[in-house]
Design a protein around this ligand. Structure first.
Ligand code: FES
Length: 653
C-alpha cells in the first residue's frame, strides 16, 4: 500500500510518509517552517498545527483523531496543564495515519511574519539571532574524557543542527555543570548565532523556562529614550516605555554635550554613566511591567545619533564636534551588553548597535532607512526624521542620499515663549477662523476642541499649561492661512485683522491664543520671536532637503515620509504651508511613527534586517551640510513662508 500523502499549508509542501510518522518529523524532512524548542517532547507547544479534515483523510484513522494517537497521553497532559486551542494538535505528538492536509498557523512558524503598524506595511520576518533548544546531553563517562560543555555542544549539533564551533560565554561556564546535573542531563540552551562568528552559548536552564526569550529594542535619542520589550519567538512588543535622556542636564543639544565633554575633565564619562544608568532603570521598569525575568532578556539592539552612539559606548565625542566629524567606528557593533554596564539584563545578554552612516548621520538614520526602505521605492521619496537634529534621506531604487540638518529644539516646543514638551495640558492642535481671527484648539489629554461644550471639564490638568511642537507649527501656519502673518513671517498690526487677539510687544506684535491670567493661568501667545525660531528651524530642514534634491538632480519629490515621534503628530498641510518640506501632493505626505524604533525592532527580530542595515549604511551617500556651499543659500531663501523663490504649485493648487 502506498504511504499516506501529507500536504502542508500555506507552504504547499507535500510528501509521502510511513504511517506513524510524527507530523513534526514530516515537516522537518520537507523543510516546512514548523517551530520546536523541546525537540518533540510535548513540552514547548511551539509545534501546534491544525489538521485539515478534508479530502486527503480517506481511510482508517487520521492525524485529526487525537484519541488514536499512541502519544495522546502526552498531548492530553499538555492540553490539561497549559491549554490547547480547540482543533489544534501538537505536531510532535500527532502521528500520520492517512492522507491529510495540515495547516501550520502563523504563530507556529519559526520565520513568522509580524505585521508592522508603520506607514510601510512590509512585515518583519522573524529570524532572531538567539534561539532556545531543549537538549539531551550524554552523561560523563570514566572512559570518555570530554568535558560537559563539549558533550552539550555535540548534543546541540546532533539534535538541533547547531553547527560551527560552539563557544561558551565565560560568565556562563561556572553555572554549566550545576544546570546539567539539576536538569538530569536535559537542559534548555540559549544559543546566539548572528551568522558573523561562532555560535555562542549564552543561557542554560535545567528546564525549559515558562516564558519565551525576549529582547529590548532601544531608540536612544538626545531628548528621549524609548525602549520596546519584545518576545523573540513571536515578535510581539510586550511592553514599551520612554524616559527623558538624563544628559539634558549637561546640554540641551548635541553640540553643547560635546562642549561639556571638552570643557569638563571626566565630563564624557559622567554623561556615559548617566545614560547607562537611565537605560538600566527603564529596562528594569519594562521587565517588571511585563513580568519577564531578567535572565530571559538575552539581546538588545540600539539606534542613536552619532554623539549618543559615542557617549553610550564610552567614547569621547570630541571628534564629532569638529570637521571632518570622524566617528571612532561607523560599522555595526556587537558586544556583550555587560560591556556597556547594562546589568539590568541577563549577565550574558548580547548587544547590537546599528551602524552609523557618517559623522552627522547616525544609526538612527540607518534604522529609519531600514524601516522605510527608500532603496526599494519606485517613487522618489524624502524621509524626514524630525528632532533636535533632523535626519533626511532622499532616494529610490537607483540611489539613496542622506544628510542631517541642525533644526534646533524649536520643533519640540523649546525656544518658544509658551513652549513646552508634548505632555498633558499642552496645546497640540490649532485652528484660526480666517474671517474673525478667532482660535480654537485641542489640548493633549482631551479629545474636545476648545469651543466644544464640556471642554474645560475634559482637560487633564487644571490649567492649559503651554504649547508643544505640533501646536506651535499649526498656530504659525494657521496665522499665515488666516492672513494675520505675511510671507516674511511678520505678525501684522491689529488693524490688519485679528482684532484684540493681536497685542503689541514693544515694536512687534503677538497673537493671543489663550489668556487665563484672570484665573491665575498663563498667557499663551505666539510672539514674533516664536515665529523667528520656527522660521530658523524650518529653513534648516528645508535647506537640507533641497541640498539632497540638488545632489539627486531633481526639483520635485513624489512622496514625503515624516518619521519620528514628532513627525507622527505634524499635520502634513501645516508642514507644507510653512514650507518645512518641499512641495508635494498632500495625499503623498505621511507620518511613519517612530521609524528609528521600528528599525531597532526589526534588527532585534531578524538577522536578515541586520545584514540589510549594514549594507544600506555602506550604500547610502552622505552629503555634509556643514561644508556644502549651497546650504546657506537654500537656508536664507527658505525663511519665507512657504519659500522666497520655490513656487509650491501643488500646495497652491
Ligand atoms: Fe515542543 Fe511539540 S515540539 S511541544
Amino acid at each position: 500500500m502506498t504511504d499516506p500523502l501529507v500536504v502542508f499549508t500555506p507552504s504547499g509542501k507535500r510528501g509521502r510518509f510511513a504511517v506513524g510518522t510524527p507530523v513534526l518529523t514530516a515537516a522537518r524532512q520537507l523543510g516546512v517552517d514548523l517551530d520546536s524548542v523541546c525537540g518533540g517532547r510535548g513540552i514547548c507547544s511551539r509545534c501546534q498545527i491544525t489538521p485539515g479534515s478534508g479530502e486527503f483523510a480517506k481511510h482508517g484513522v487520521s492525524v485529526t483523531e487525537t484519541a488514536l494517537s499512541p502519544w495522546n497521553q502526552v498531548e492530553e497532559r499538555y492540553r490539561a496543564k497549559r491549554g490547547l486551542i480547540d482543533g489544534r494538535r501538537l505536531g510532535c505528538q500527532a502521528l500520520i495515519q492517512s492522507d491529510v492536509v495540515i495547516d501550520v498557523p502563523p504563530e507556529s512558524q519559526v520565520h513568522k511574519q509580524i505585521v508592522r503598524k508603520a506607514a510601510s506595511d512590509r512585515p518583519i520576518k522573524m529570524d532572531p539571532a538567539t534561539r532556545i533548544y531543549l537538549v539531551d546531553v550524554e552523561q560523563p563517562d570514566m572512559h570518555d574524557p570530554t568535558g560537559d560543555f563539549e558533550r552539550l555542544s555535540a548534543a546541540l549539533t546532533a539534535q538541533w543542527g547547531v553547527f560551527g564551533t560552539l563557544k561558551c560565554d565565560p560568565l556562563l561556564l561556572p553555572k554549566l555543570q550545576t544546570a546539567l546535573r539539576k536538569g538530569a542531563w536535559q537542559v534548555a540552551a540559549a544559543v546566539f548565532d548572528d551568522g558573523t562568528d561562532a555560535p555562542l552559548l549564552i543561557g542554560l536552564w535545567p528546564e525549559l523556562p515558562t516564558s519565551n526569550l525576549h529582547g529590548m529594542a532601544i531608540d536612544l535619542g538626545s531628548t528621549t529614550i524609548a525602549a520596546h520589550l519584545c518576545d523573540l519567538a513571536t515578535g510581539t512588543v510586550v511592553a514599551s516605555g520612554g524616559v527623558m535622556n538624563p544628559q539634558i542636564r549637561f546640554g540641551e543639544d548635541l553640540m553643547s554635550r560635546v562642549s561639556y565633554g571638552m570643557m569638563n575633565p571626566g565630563g564624557a564619562e559622567e554623561m556615559t554613566k548617566a545614560v547607562r544608568d537611565r537605560l538600566n532603570a527603564l529596562m528594569s521598569d519594562l521587565m517588571a511591567e511585563a513580568q519577564i525575568d531578567p535572565s530571559l532578556i538575552v539581546e538588545i539592539t540600539v539606534v542613536c545619533n552619532p554623539v549618543m552612539h559615542h557617549l553610550l559606548l564610552g567614547i569621547d565625542p570630541v571628534e564629532l564636534g569638529q570637521a571632518p566629524f570622524a566617528l571612532a567606528q561607523s560599522g555595526a557593533l556587537r558586544m556583550a551588553a555587560r560591556d556597556l554596564n547594562l546589568d539590568a539584563l541577563s549577565s550574558t545578554a548580547r548587544a547590537y548597535v546599528l551602524p552609523c552612516i557618517a559623522g552627522h548621520v547616525g544609526a538612527d538614520a540607518a534604522a529609519v532607512a531600514l524601516a522605510e526602505a527608500p532603496d526599494q521605492s519606485e517613487d522618489l521619496v524624502l524621509v524626514v526624521d524630525v528632532g533636535t537634529n533632523a535626519e533626511l534621506l532622499l532616494g529610490n531604487r537607483s540611489r539613496v542620499l542622506a544628510c542631517s540638518s541642525p533644526t534646533g529644539p524649536a520643533f519640540e516646543g523649546a525656544q518658544i515663549s509658551a513652549g513646552q514638551r508634548a505632555a498633558p495640558g499642552a496645546i497640540e492642535r490649532v485652528r484660526i477662523d480666517a474671517e474673525t481671527g478667532t482660535p480654537r484648539f485641542q489640548v493633549i489629554g482631551s479629545d474636545l476642541w476648545s469651543d466644544d461644550p464640556g471642554f474645560t471639564d475634559s482637560l487633564p490638568t487644571a490649567n492649559i499649561t503651554g504649547i508643544c511642537g505640533s501646536g506651535i507649527i499649526e498656530a504659525v501656519a494657521e496665522l499665515r492661512m488666516a492672513g494675520l502673518l505675511d510671507a516674511s513671517g511678520l505678525i501684522g498690526p491689529p488693524q490688519a485683522g485679528g482684532g484684540d487677539r493681536i497685542i503689541a510687544e514693544g515694536r512687534t506684535f503677538s497673537y493671543v491664543l489663550h489668556d487665563a491670567r484672570e484665573t491665575g493661568g498663563p498667557l499663551i501667545a505666539v510672539t514674533q520671536n516664536d515665529i523667528r525660531a520656527i522660521q530658523l528651524a524650518k529653513s534648516a530642514l528645508y535647506a537640507g532637503a533641497r541640498l539632497l534634491m540638488d545632489e539627486f538632480g531633481t526639483d520635485t519629490v513624489d512622496r514625503v515620509v515624516l518619521a519620528g515621534a514628532f513627525g507622527a503628530h505634524i499635520s502634513p498641510l501645516h508642514a507644507l504651508v510653512l514650507g518645512m518640506i518641499p512641495d508635494c501632493a498632500l495625499e503623498n505626505v505621511h507620518g511613519a511613527g517612530n521609524a528609528a524604533g521600528t528599525g531597532a525592532r526589526m534588527a532585534l527580530c531578524s538577522r536578515a534586517a541586520r545584514r540589510q542595515v549594514e549594507l544600506l549604511s555602506r550604500q547610502i551617500d552622505k552629503i555634509e551640510t556643514a561644508i556644502a556651499p549651497r546650504f546657506q543659500e537654500h537656508f536664507v531663501a527658505a525663511s519665507a513662508l512657504p519659500h522666497a523663490s520655490d513656487p509650491f504649485p501643488l500646495l497652491r493648487a
